[in-house]
Design a protein around this ligand. Structure first.
Ligand code: 3PG
Length: 204
């Protein structure tokens, strides 16, 4: 699972309103050098978006984000998701994620949550919501006591703050929605998505 954190310096967190935008978005990210896409299960179009990207853009690693229930974990796996991301974790959600057999990135924002996940063998975690939960100062503070854990801080991360996060030894990548803002997707400005991806791909 730690490998998921090495696919790209930035995990693009994408909200798709129109499933037709999913394939061009994935292609634009890939063209910019970002080989992974997290499609969040926050819109009715999300599962169709995952399905299309899995079939039509086989070179990108496609995952489902914002997985918060057992049913969503199953549906995402059936749609072709190659990994799952959760904003936080419960025992039931963890069991559901393990049951899919897919790699997954569970969310944690406290030391105890991180330790509970480590007890289940999970060492690559999403630190969410990163900025609101203490940002780089929090991650620096826990690197000593939790040396085996690696994080993908997400939530409030910007291109500028991404550099500070990526400089930390316990950060594998950062997550963010800035590569695919609603404004660019609604205007089908996929060239600009590619440009933002190209900048993000050089961050590490
Ligand atoms: C989210 O909650 O949408 C993700 O964590 C991304 O957060 P961001 O929009 O602050 O990058």
């Amino acid at each position: 699972m730690t490998d998921l954190l090495t696919l790209s310096p930035v995990m693009p967190v994408v909200v798709i309103d129109d499933a037709d935008d999913a394939v061009p978005t994935a292609r634009a990210l890939l063209a910019g050098g970002v080989g992974v896409i997290e499609l969040t299960l926050r819109t009715p179009a999300a599962l169709a978006a995952i399905e299309r990207v899995a079939v039509e853009v086989p070179d990108i690693v496609v995952g489902a984000g914002t997985v918060t229930s057992e049913e969503q974990a199953k549906l995402a796996a059936s749609a072709g998701a190659q990994f799952l991301v959760t904003p936080g974790c419960t025992d039931a959600l963890l069991d559901a994620a393990f049951a899919t057999g897919l790699p997954f990135l569970p969310g944690a924002s406290t030391v105890s949550e991180a330790l509970r996940l480590a007890e289940r063998g999970l060492t690559a975690l999403k630190f969410f919501p990163a900025e609101a939960s203490g940002g780089t100062a929090f991650l620096k503070s826990i690197a000593g006591p939790l040396p085996d854990l690696r994080f993908c801080p997400t939530g409030g991360v910007t291109p500028d703050s991404a550099r500070s996060y990526l400089a930390l030894p316990n950060v594998g990548c950062v997550g963010g929605s800035w590569l695919t803002p609603e404004k660019l997707l609604s205007t089908k400005d996929f060239d600009e998505v590619r440009n933002l991806a190209a900048e993000a791909a050089t961050l590490r």
